[in-house]
Design a protein around this ligand. Sequence first.
Ligand code: ZN
Length: 276
Amino acid sequence: MSRLCIHSVTTKPWSTEVCIQQFSRAGAGGITLWRYNLEGRDPADVGRQARDAGLDIVSLCRGGFFPAASGNDRQKAIDDNRLCIEQAHALGAPLIVLVCGAVPGQYLVESRKQIADGIAAVLPDAEAAGVRLAIEPLHPMYADDRSAVNTMRQAHEICDALGSPAHLGIAADVYHVWWDPELQSQIQRAGDTKRLFAFHICDWKTPTTDFLNDRGLMGEGCIPIREISDWVDATGFTGHREVEIFSTQYWAMDQSEWLARITEAYKGVYGSADTP
Ligand code: ZN
């Protein structure tokens, strides 16, 4: 399963070291690490451990959260994103996923401007470090406090405005964009502009009991994952399919059993079509 990547947060109860060991043993090709995985550790050492276990480090989650009510807080966000770029560089992660942020009560248009300004401020650092940045549009239910960027189209608009095609692109997460009537054409556009940097998978459960921590395993919800995945591959994308599942329910399970269910569900979606 060389294209299977698992986000460490998917098995959140496990330590960084156990995630690396177990994902490798389960046959995954890659891992996306979260910044909490680096706490109290040397990022270069974590990177070495993952590569020694045969895993590609696909990305570091996450940067972003640029909008804020005061200039001082916006500068703090820029400083934190610079730190994130340094960590990704030391880790050997080629990509940072940006959850762009929003401020409750602040107009979304203003938040989007602050997001573009924040990304513009850190792009030279990303370029110098050889680390790419991917804007991840979030489902509009998060427009109040997590992201003012809610569609692929809006992500493209920021990319268009800022340029730097080699270092700024988009992370498409099926959980956030599956409902978008423009999805297929916007994925195609991301392929045409070489902006499709990452692809995240999970499923949408009905009913969803928690808007953050009740994401589903592939196949147990209503997202046409394979169809969207085929649109992604049709652009020439050959990167990883990243399983990213926040779930209080699954975090409460035995994590080895949970990981076995993930690999089974991945095979259920892709069968033998793991390689392009
Ligand atoms: Zn995601």
